[in-house]
Design a protein around this ligand. Structure first.
Ligand code: BGC
Length: 762
């Protein structure tokens, strides 16, 4: 079962389409999208190419346009001079560039390639379109909080619409690395800690970026990254090694990549990390045996930024020549940024170390994809200066950003129903480094978005208030440094107010690539601010800014209301105001568990029981817990409150047992006993009590997002089949074993909800 059906209303909103797709018979048909068609002209073209030109088709470089995005995002490497890059295009030494500077730049380079090079092969233009192009949507992790894969499909589609209008053919997205250690900064780009969510959002994003026709000028090629297990970096340190069993690799980390390829993604990016001693970029088992052999992937694989060259420092390759050979023979078709392929592949072929036929195969893949993108028909099809402006930041795209923003917000706590706030009649103090100003709005991994075009929190709140004058703003603190006199001013502002809104957390550059943190806490200067503000005794609503789950402490954890608001992008202030004042009843659920302390990391809900779990309640000696801290989350995966009062009752299983080839019906009644409309995410978890391989305490198998008016009840139904109960067995194959299974229909991964059990009989 992949039962993520949704309410009729949610269906009308389009939610869950990607989820349904994964389970549907249409899947087989759509998989045709994952097939590469090689046009008849490609092989004759390859036969006329020199080895240097072939290596050129396998060499991708950061755009060298002066002051361009590529140069500021990544350290300048080879070919950092634009004139030189145009010359390379003319000489056929370049397959394309990434993170360039829009249609004008692309036109200059493309003209050189198609008008002045010998083979006239068009360039491909790539970019990190991670969560939007000019209109920036919530960071990918935040979007998962919506529990609406179709929302991610729609934002990816909108991003493709804007970006393809600006000349971009290929996005380095989606990033689908499962991230179970919140110290790792790049969790912000992915699908969170859960396997099912990782799969659903990977597939949805691929559908959004690619559409059904790669040749469309409103879509672009997706790239599944980082293959593989980049998110399993030891101790959450970015770029660190991964030492992992094949079982865990297959059951957890590989799943979202596979879902992305099944959804039709036709490119992949090799990851920086090694797996069990072999760098992914040089890993033949991974890039060829598994990816192409077992999974049937037909697209091409690109290295990550200088990933091939980094095998030298990692102690796997002797020198650049060796690195190029190892990466290429492993199955990495294209080299990003090191220039090693164009430097060494021709000679490696001449010396017989690399078979010419393999090079031809890689070139064929790349040219076939360029053809599928329509570049041979019209190399300028996505390069259009007018369209670039005309498609940028359209009202309908901004409206989607606002919808995505409010659906990504998670209400962690709401003691005494402090939220929603009235629009008038109360004085509000908005305090904190993220209260106002054009900074930290679009968030990490944004190449073309602009904070200045985004709505900050103060602006969003003022627009929602009956009288903007009822809001006072005080910065209080810097992000990581105190602000002289800041706390005194903030306390004075709090004292004048009825309610304090405390906007604290991480800046954009504290999560993302290379931003691992040892302590996943609110920075000290802001924690001090929070304590001082709380000491005024005024009710505090904490509004968190973050790219990861936090360990909340002290006055922040104790505040009566807490909202997880991530980096929401262009419509940040409006989306948060919608939730604060009740225009939208929060429906987001955590895609990653908030631990009690940093030291619990990696903490994830689907952990194994161990032989000595601490029973619920008091901490017991010689049980699995930390000193003074239970091994549970402060706010677990799946947690999120609404403005309704949701009640779970009447769990009914169709039968006490289920045969291997049968199914089990599960039903539960969900009621809104509150006075406000709400959307509830009803989650189904299963645990296999006894198995030949120990099983996680719970695993999410399905969910439904339902809308409930005040007083309304709805019976939510799920269907369990044996496929939901499979695991990777001792014989390295999926198995299903008879026995007793626990089942919960619950509002989060650690809430008791409704608990039942059933027997699976052989
Ligand atoms: C990142 C990739 C990204 C590439 C190109 C690398 O540093 O790991 O995710 O796509 O740069 O910008």
């Amino acid at each position: 079962m992949l039962d993520t059906r949704i309410s009729r209303r949610a269906m009308l909103m389009g939610a869950g389409a990607a989820a349904a797709w994964l389970a549907s018979p249409a899947r087989a048909l759509l998989q045709a999208v994952g097939k590469v068609q090689v046009p008849a002209f490609v092989d004759p073209l390859i036969s006329r190419m020199t080895l240097e030109e072939k290596a050129g088709q396998l060499s991708l470089m950061a755009s060298a346009w002066g002051g361009g995005a590529a140069l500021s995002l990544n350290p300048p490497g080879n070919g950092s001079d634009f004139e030189q890059q145009v010359k390379e295009a003319r000489e056929g030494l370049l397959t394309g560039v990434f993170n360039g500077n829009g249609a004008r730049m692309a036109r200059m380079l493309q003209s050189a390639a198609v008008n002045q090079s010998r083979m006239k092969i068009p360039l491909i233009f790539a970019a990190d379109i991670i969560h939007g192009h000019r209109t920036i949507f919530p960071v990918p992790l935040a979007e998962v909080a919506s529990f609406e894969p179709d929302l991610a499909r729609r934002t990816a589609e909108a991003a493709a619409f804007e970006a393809s209008g600006a000349g971009i053919d290929w996005t380095f997205s989606p990033m689908v690395d499962v991230a179970r250690d919140q110290r790792w900064g790049r969790g912000v780009e992915g699908g969170g800690e859960d396997v099912l969510m990782g799969r659903l959002f990977a597939a949805a994003r691929v559908h959004g970026f690619q559409g059904t026709d790669l040749g469309s000028t409103e879509h672009m090629l997706a790239c599944i990254k980082h293959f593989a297990a980049y998110g399993a970096a030891e101790s959450g340190l970015d770029y660190n090694v991964v030492d992992i069993s094949e079982r865990r690799l297959r059951e957890v980390y590989l799943q979202p990549y596979k879902a992305g390829f099944d959804a039709g993604a036709l490119s992949a990016m090799a990851s920086f990390n090694e797996i069990n001693g072999v760098p992914s970029t040089g890993n033949h088992w991974l890039q060829t045996d598994l990816l192409r052999g077992e999974w049937g992937f037909q697209g091409f694989v690109v290295s990550d930024y200088t990933g091939d060259e980094e095998m030298i420092t990692a102690g796997y390759a002797k020198d650049g020549r060796d690195a190029a050979k190892l990466a290429f023979l492993a199955g990495v078709d294209m080299s990003m940024q090191s220039g090693l392929y164009r430097q060494h592949l021709p000679d490696l072929v001449r010396s017989g170390e690399v078979p010419q036929a393999l090079v031809d195969t890689s070139v064929r893949r790349v040219l076939a994809l360029k053809a599928m993108l329509g570049l041979f028909d019209d190399p300028f099809r996505r390069i259009d200066e007018k369209r670039e402006t005309a498609r940028s930041l359209l009202p309908k795209t901004r409206a989607l950003a606002r919808e995505a923003g409010r659906k990504a917000i998670v209400l962690l706590k709401n003691d005494g129903d402090l939220l929603p706030l009235p629009r008038s009649g109360k004085k509000l103090a908005l305090i904190g480094p993220f209260a106002e100003g054009a900074h930290d709005l679009v968030g990490p991994w944004v190449v073309y978005g602009d904070d200045a075009k985004a709505v900050d929190l103060a602006t969003g709140i003022r627009a929602a208030l009956a009288s903007p004058k009822s809001l006072v703003v005080a910065q209080g603190s810097g992000v990581e440094q105190p602000l002289s006199g800041g706390i005194a001013k903030a306390v004075a502002a709090a004292k004048q107010a009825d309610v304090v809104l405390l906007a604290i957390g991480e800046s954009a550059n504290m999560s993302g690539e290379a931003q691992s943190r040892t302590e996943i806490v609110i920075p000290a200067s802001q924690q001090k601010l929070a304590e001082a503000v709380a000491a005024t005794g005024k009710p505090v609503v904490v509004i968190l800014k973050h790219g990861r789950a936090f360990a909340l402490e002290g006055a922040v954890a104790n505040a009566p209301a807490i909202l997880a608001t991530w980096f929401l992008g262009t419509e940040t202030g409006n989306a948060i105001a919608d939730v604060l004042f009740g225009a939208y009843s929060p429906s987001g659920r955590l895609p990653a568990s908030f631990p009690r302390r940093s030291g619990q990391e990696p903490y994830y809900y689907a952990h194994k029981p161990t032989g000595r779990p601490n029973p619920p309640g008091e901490l017991q000696p010689y049980k699995a817990h930390f000193r003074g801290i239970p091994n549970s989350a402060l706010y677990p995966f799946g947690h999120g409150l609404t403005y309704g009062k949701i009640d779970y009752s009447s769990l009914a299983l169709g039968a006490p047992s289920m045969p291997m080839n049968g199914s089990l019906q599960v039903a539960a009644t969900i009621t809104n006993r509150g006075t406000r409309a709400a959307e509830e995410v009803v989650q189904l978890y299963i645990h296999d009590r006894v198995a030949s391989i120990t099983q996680p305490v719970r695993e999410l198998k399905a969910f439904r997002k339902i809308a409930l008016a005040p007083g309304q009840s709805q019976v939510v139904r799920f269907t369990v089949t044996a496929a939901d109960l499979a695991f990777y067995g001792l014989a390295d194959k999926p198995v299903v074993e008879p026995g007793t299974f626990d089942l919960w229909v619950a509002p989060s991964a650690e809430a008791e909800g409704l608990h039942g059990s059933f027997e699976l009989v052989a």
